[in-house]
Design a protein around this ligand. Structure first.
Ligand SMILES: NC(=O)c1ccc[n+]([C@@H]2O[C@H](COP(=O)([O-])OP(=O)(O)OC[C@H]3O[C@@H](n4cnc5c(N)ncnc54)[C@H](O)[C@@H]3O)[C@@H](O)[C@H]2O)c1
Length: 255
């Protein structure tokens, strides 16, 4: 129970990784504010968290829209009385093309707005509470795609996740004096939900083999293997870690 009675806000909590984060954080004692653009995806997150004896409230929130983020964070704070942990998880390549010639300006903004701007807006909205509390943990979900070139995703995604890595370090600098830790995980490929299963299935056997053979541990990640690192960063076990990017990629990229 490393997170007993902490309140954790998770964005994109209806997705493959987001729901795993909700269940794993709740398993360590946190109450969960589960948010997603598609609130229907959160229907089965509530009973899963409640089964673990923790509170779970759901919120429809578009991370790329400042009004939606501000309104939702106020609502969460008023309901729970504090916000201790923010997991900026909403994102992905959002079904945009990988090939640069096929990427429109709309695709570019969609990917940048949800992944990068969303991480900024949600962090900006919660730090006021964390500053008041003189404590808080922000965990951003970057990607191996922001750490090194990857064939799995396109330029906007790589740019957005690279931006999240820089944002993480800069925010850690600014909020460290208030007792707020800001870190990121950079997952490798996780078959966490339909989006990733589709991306993986789009690859031919040769590409799959090339990816697997480039991973020293020889396999893709489970969602749980990402969630346990989020728990570590959200807990006091990581009290002296801030501005760090933790590669959770089976060794495919080593910094
Ligand atoms: N799965 C992987 O292999 C992998 C690898 C590296 C990084 N990541 C990152 O992990 C995070 C989660 O990935 P996933 O595989 O669970 O994806 P997913 O598609 O299963 O989940 C993403 C969730 O974000 C939500 N979302 C989309 N737009 C939103 C918006 N504007 N506002 C709020 N919510 C919105 C979706 O509704 C969905 O529930 C993403 O940031 C992704 O880039 C995933």
């Amino acid at each position: 129970m490393r997170l007993k009675d902490k309140v954790a806000v998770i964005t994109g909590a209806g997705g493959g990784l987001g729901r795993e984060f909700a269940f794993t954080l709740a398993g360590e004692g946190a109450h969960i504010a589960a948010t997603d653009l598609d609130i229907d995806l959160l229907d089965d997150v509530v009973p899963g968290v409640k089964k673990l004896g923790r509170e779970c409230k759901t919120y429809k929130m578009d991370v790329s829209n400042k009004a939606s983020v501000t309104e939702t964070m106020v609502d969460i704070y008023n309901t729970f009385g504090h916000i201790d942990i923010l997991v900026n998880n909403a994102g992905g390549s959002l079904y945009t093309p990988k090939i640069t010639e096929e990427i429109t300006e709309e695709h570019w903004y969609k990917v940048l707005d949800v992944n990068l701007k969303g991480t900024f807006l949600c962090s900006q909205a919660v730090v006021q509470y964390m500053i008041k509390q003189k404590s808080g943990k922000i965990i951003n979900v970057a990607s191996i795609g922001g750490r090194t070139a990857s064939i799995v995703t396109g330029v906007p995604y790589a740019s957005a996740k690279g931006g999240i890595i820089s944002l993480t370090r800069r925010m850690a600098l600014e909020f460290g004096p208030y007792g707020i830790n800001v870190n990121a995980i950079a997952p490798g490929t996780v078959l966490s939900g339909q989006r990733m299963i589709n991306l993986w299935n789009e690859l031919n056997e040769e590409q799959k083999k090339a990816i697997l053979s480039s991973i020293p541990l020889g396999r893709l990640s489970t969602a749980r293997e990402q969630a346990t690192v989020v728990i570590f960063l959200a807990s006091d076990d990581a009290s002296y870690i801030t501005g760090a990017i933790i590669d959770v990629n089976g060794g495919r990229f080593m910094s």
